[in-house]
Unconditional design. Structure first.
Length: 312
């Protein structure tokens, strides 16, 4: 099914834009580059108006005309179908600027479009109070047909690819952790994939599995954080809005330390999914917190990927 997803959410003063996201390759925020050793924060700490003007440009067929947008004649701000706030409420909650944003790209596939879109829909509009702990599983719900998910490729036992409901929701999970990372939030539970998948930035990604593995992080700021998410057929962008504690947050990537080669097996029968082999490796990512052009705090994240078996 060729899907486009309703996405609300361009705020310009007190403006609402609700439209259909075009299948486009345009992006906002920082796009992680696997070859880069250093990444800046996920945006340039622009104001809500400037940052969301860029988002508005990605939305087609808006309900309001350009004249409405320019005059600010509309009266409500929308973040997701569950939440409507006026500008006074946003100010009182401390929703003032973009803390972190992350775009995760993926190869187009029908099941990914559906599952990534559904998880982004459930994530969009989430409000996180100060000191509150976010749970990805609780937010995007169990991956069942009743909750809007379809079967897709997942990493199964032993690092072998398999089919299961909700295949692809880790794409949204990785984008969510990327945004939380650059927003400076505290990880409570965060686990990368057991094997590295080359769409992800090594050492800066996360996955979930219902009943056994969650992505959880704490709002360590003094204000509320509002999470927005939007997806199309090839990417999902997650952004976090609030009041910043630091001037900038950056990531520095160490060298990959390869520790073991992969094996090759042959499989036949129903449910067999071919996959490419790759060595296991270890990588360290350092998160630096900046204030007044100085690093005031650093955190190291070490990720170990197991070898990926080649299945023919």
């Amino acid at each position: 099914m060729k899907s486009v997803w309703l996405w609300l959410g361009a705020v310009l003063g007190v403006v609402v834009v609700i439209g259909v996201v075009a299948l486009t390759t345009s992006r906002i925020g920082a796009q992680a580059n696997l070859q880069d050793k250093e990444l800046g924060s996920s945006n340039e700490r622009s104001s809500i108006s400037n940052a969301l003007t860029q988002l508005r440009d990605e939305v087609t067929r808006p309900i309001f005309t350009e004249r409405d947008l320019a005059s600010g004649s509309t009266q409500r701000v929308a973040f997701g179908p569950r939440h409507f706030y006026d500008q006074k409420e946003l100010d009182e909650m401390g929703i003032r600027t973009l803390l972190g944003t992350y775009t995760q790209e993926f190869d187009e596939a029908e099941y990914r479009t559906i599952n990534v879109g559904r998880s982004a829909e459930l994530l969009n509009g989430t409000l996180l109070a100060p000191d509150e702990i976010f749970s990805m599983n609780s937010t995007i719900k169990q991956r069942t047909p009743e909750n809007g998910y379809v079967e897709g490729i997942v990493i199964g036992p032993g690092g072998l690819l398999a089919m299961s409901y909700g295949g692809g929701v880790s794409i949204t999970t990785a984008a969510t952790w990327g945004a939380a990372f650059f927003a400076g939030l505290e990880p409570i539970e965060q686990q990368a994939h057991t094997i590295w998948i080359d769409r992800y930035t090594p050492g800066l990604e996360a996955t979930v599995s219902w009943g056994s593995l969650d992505l959880r992080f704490r709002n360590t700021t003094a204000s509320n954080i509002l999470i927005s998410a939007k997806a199309n057929g090839t990417s999902v962008t997650v952004s976090m809005w609030g009041t910043p504690v630091y001037d900038e947050i950056t990531a520095t990537f160490g060298e990959r330390e390869v520790f073991s080669d992969f094996s090759i097996i042959e499989q036949t029968g129903e449910g067999c999914v071919p996959q490419e082999g790759q060595p296991g490796f270890r990588i360290e990512v350092t998160r630096d917190f900046w204030r007044n052009k100085e690093i005031v705090k650093s955190e190291d994240f070490v990720t170990t990927y197991q070898p990926s078996t080649e299945v023919t």
